[in-house]
Design a binder for this molecule. Structure first.
Ligand SMILES: [Zn+2]
Length: 148
């Protein structure tokens, strides 16, 4: 697989937006956090509740992770998906996990998209949307409540 064109620049994780979210240097609507994984709302979501689940340790693609950690990443994503679906009243959800520029991976830090979907979205092309910061925070609060 070709390395990403935006491969982590010199300075390493300090210049990675997801590492900045992990270290709280950049704001985000966090819905889940433990010592090794974090879940936060995608700022440009496909649907209300679209969440990204990441390992806190920086790695570009899933190939940079230990196999046991890959398993744990998806266990966390599964737990988060139940809360997301309940919080937004979805009918199902997608996991999307892109690796490499050719796969449209936009941020070079491993992440799993948890995208809640409704029955009326079935077979439709769904576009990314913008929500106000108040709407984002209300959604994050509802997901956190389901995870509590
Ligand atoms: Zn990173």
């Amino acid at each position: 697989m070709r390395r990403l064109a935006f491969s982590t620049p010199p300075g390493g994780p300090d210049s990675c937006i997801f590492c900045q979210i992990v270290s709280k240097k950049s704001p985000s609507s966090v819905v889940y956090e433990d010592d090794r994984y974090i879940g936060f709302l995608d700022i440009y979501p496909f649907s209300r509740g679209h969440t990204l689940v990441c390992p806190k340790e920086h790695g570009e693609t899933i190939w940079d992770m230990e196999e046991a950690d890959i398993a744990q990443l998806f266990q966390v994503a599964s737990k988060v998906s139940k809360a997301v679906v309940a919080a937004v009243g979805a009918d199902g959800f997608r996991f999307v996990q892109n690796n490499g520029e050719a796969a449209n991976q936009v941020v070079a830090h491993v992440h799993v998209h948890v995208i809640p979907v409704k029955m009326e979205d079935r077979g439709r092309f769904v576009e990314r949307r913008r929500f106000t910061s108040e709407e984002m925070e209300a959604t994050a609060r509802a997901i956190r409540k389901e995870l509590a």
